[in-house]
Design a protein around this ligand. Structure first.
Ligand code: NAP
Ligand code: ZN
Ligand code: ZN
Length: 352
């Protein structure tokens, strides 16, 4: 298979900093779209993966799955895109497309496992897939999204993971008016969850460990902000929530939040800390609570989310960085010091 070169930033091991690396991209096949990457968001999953906090990281690891770019070439059977179009890629670049879950538009739960944008099995070039901390990418058009007109491009990139990962569970559990909804953790995912829950008409309560984020929480759309270390403030919300979305990246006491869910309400995890979270049985038994999880969203739902954001002018609140600042940005992510998504300006990688 013919290959072209792209520039990237890669981790060579769990402990090494990200550094420049030339990588191969495939020549577009008949159904492929090749795009120049303009912006790539920085997800905490990039860090979990590159630092081997989750099992199965393959090196070198080129992270990045919040990709917005411009189409440079298309294969001769591509119908949705032409050179010059804006385009976007999220966490997946392929799936089996035939299993029951794929057929239902739930490619993220593909029974044969989806091909993730990075750290997935590359069936074209062998080895593993490389993500969006790079200058270009080639993806089958079925997994390429359209960017609605009028959105600011850098602020759109985080929608491809942080956006869909929060939009999907809020829709699945039918969050809407007359519901009290809690969002835990004001990071990349959390701040999108606050925006969506508010846009869907719910009463939104943000839980944060960071007193410095209270004003931003209210500005982003929360009706109330609770400092989760304040036991009295937490107690006031006991057994009162219809739905809580937990977007915390590190170990924390989930039982505190289960106690805030009302009868038949649900607490859904999207945050994926490294180690298991203990759950006290009685926090589920009394009064009959649901404890659930959710992964990103399917391709059709991702397009629906992007179109919703286009219509309602929703984007992420971002800090734009050159790729040379990526290691510093990751250190800040670990200190909860991000407002509220780092986005890499990929122009900084040209000529690097
Ligand atoms: P992020 O921007 O780093 O935000 C995480 C937030 O969690 C922080 O801003 C902080 O909010 C809170 N937090 C961090 N450490 C904490 C601690 N020790 N105790 C309590 N709260 C703490 O991360 P992200 O990119 O939004 O990702 C969040 C998690 O979701 C990660 O684990 C990521 O891998 C996962 N994820 C899952 C999916 C999925 O499909 N399920 C998709 C994408 C990401 P406060 O300062 O407000 O407390
Ligand atoms: Zn992500
Ligand atoms: Zn499948």
């Amino acid at each position: 298979m013919i290959k072209t070169k792209a520039r990237s930033y890669a981790a060579q091991s769990a402990t090494s900093a990200l550094a420049p690396l030339a990588i191969d991209r495939r020549e577009p096949t008949a159904t492929d779209v090749e795009m120049e990457i303009l912006y790539c968001g920085v997800c905490h999953s990039d860090l979990h993966t590159a630092r081997s906090e989750w099992p199965g990281t393959m090196y070198p690891c080129v992270p990045g799955h919040e990709i917005v770019g411009r189409v440079t070439r298309v294969g001769n059977r591509v119908t949705k895109f032409k050179p010059g179009d804006l385009s976007a890629v999220g966490c997946m670049v392929d799936s089996c497309r035939t299993c029951a879950h794929c057929q239902a538009g739930l490619e993220q739960y593909c029974l044969a496992f989806p091909v993730f944008t990075y750290n997935g099995n590359d069936k074209f070039l062998g080895g593993h897939t490389f993500g969006g901390y790079s200058t270009s990418v080639v993806v089958d058009e079925a997994f390429v999204l359209r960017v609605p007109a009028g959105l600011e491009l850098a602020a759109t990139a985080p929608l491809l993971c942080a956006g869909i990962t929060t939009y999907s569970p809020l829709r699945h559990w039918k969050v809407g008016p007359n519901q009290k909804v809690g969002i835990v953790g004001l990071g990349g995912l959390g701040h999108m969850a606050v925006k969506f829950a508010r846009a869907f008409g719910a009463h939104v309560v943000l839980f944060t460990t960071s007193p410095g984020k209270v004003a931003d929480g209210l500005r982003l759309g929360a009706h109330e902000v609770v400092i989760s270390k304040d036991a009295d403030a937490m107690k006031k919300h006991a057994a009162s929530f219809d739905f809580i979305l937990d977007a915390v990246s590190a170990q924390h006491d989930i039982n505190t939040y289960l106690g805030l869910v009302k009868l038949d309400g649900t607490l859904t995890l999207v945050g994926a800390p490294e180690r298991p979270l203990p759950v006290a049985a009685f926090n589920l038994i009394l009064p009959r609570r649901n404890f659930a999880g959710s992964a990103i969203g399917g391709i059709a739902e991702t397009q629906e989310m992007l179109d919703f954001c286009g219509k309602h002018r929703i984007g992420a609140d971002i800090e734009l960085i050159p790729i040379q600042k990526i290691n510093e940005a990751w250190d800040r992510l670990l200190k909860q010091d991000v407002k509220y998504r780092f986005v890499i300006d990929m122009a900084s990688l040209k000529g690097n």
